[in-house]
Design a protein around this ligand. Sequence first.
Ligand code: V47
Length: 368
Amino acid sequence: MEKLLNGFESLCFDKNLIKIRNKLISEERLDFNDAKAIMETQDINSLGILSSSVKEKMHGKKVYFVVNRHINPSNVCAISCKFCAFGKPKGHSDAYEMSMEKILSLVSNELKEIHIVGGLHPDWKFEKYLEIIREVSKAAPDAHIKAFTAVEIDWFSQISGKSVSKVISDLMNAGVDALPGGGAEIFSPEVRKKICTPKTTGDSWLEIHREAHKQGLPSNATILYGHLESYDDVIDHVSRLRDLQDDTNGFFAFIPVLFQPFNTRLSKVKPFPFSYDLKIHSLARLYLDNFPYIKAYWITLGEKAAQVALHYGVSDADGTIVSEKIIHDAGAKSEIGHTRDFFVKMIKDAGYLPVERDALYNELKIYE
Ligand code: V47
């Protein structure tokens, strides 16, 4: 926090940020007006000083990454969200279903985290998803499995007739170690209606994570931004997450996911300036004072922008991923995966200390 004490006032030309700096020093929680000031500021450099100071107070120079892999067993999806280019109706020429053999061929014990999500398949039974988890868990006993968004859990509950609580305990018994943060999109019912009806509501998404945390299953949370949302929608989203985290303390990371329009039914959405990405990551770090990690999702941001975001409150660079499909179907320009060495260099070149982690944020190796 030294940077905030020494000379901040002489650099900063936004008096609202000076107020926020004073609150951070006196450890006072930011409120709606502070969040609005962050989203409206023109003083991006000072915002970076604020958010990186808080990040460094929490983690020093450490920035985490994980050797992970994404697996999407099928893109067949019973619903069609306007922002999504991945999901396909059954029988579509681009629809696919992986066999168990194919899924297991993607798994290795070198991986520390296996991230499994996919479409809401109209024919697959809940038992099939449990079987995938059991088999992956057997094939890679040292890897943590982070699988199925709250939207999938809601779907499993509908197709199996089991309660959300039972679905979660069955998944945990099969080998799920954490839930990914996807499906949160934006909680505002008005915007959600425009981009993804008839998906799980924001309230249900939050209740499913509350139940997971109650059962000891940690999770992440995302926001999909850069489409039709207003600043107030963004602030409402992070406020609801902060409230839930106050109750459960079950979230690890918050992940801003930048909307990619290509091949989607929202392709006419105008691009936002890069300052908007930096504001969202900074807001996340400053407002979500109870979230341990803010993640830069390099797949949507692009590698260079993700590196810049390390100076705007980000403490986690996600991971190797190997082969990303959901966002690349919507035109992401980043690579589909990267090596461990890439992250070590990317983090070091930004002036931070790379720390390899597992899915539960245990530190595995510090790259001095
Ligand atoms: O919820 C779909 C997003 C998400 C598009 O928990 C799109 O560690 C941008 O949740 N443009 C899934 N985004 C991704 C996700 C995630 C990613 C990395 C790490 C973690 C984690 C979770 O993908 C969906 C949706 O918001 N998505 N289509 C699109 N066109």
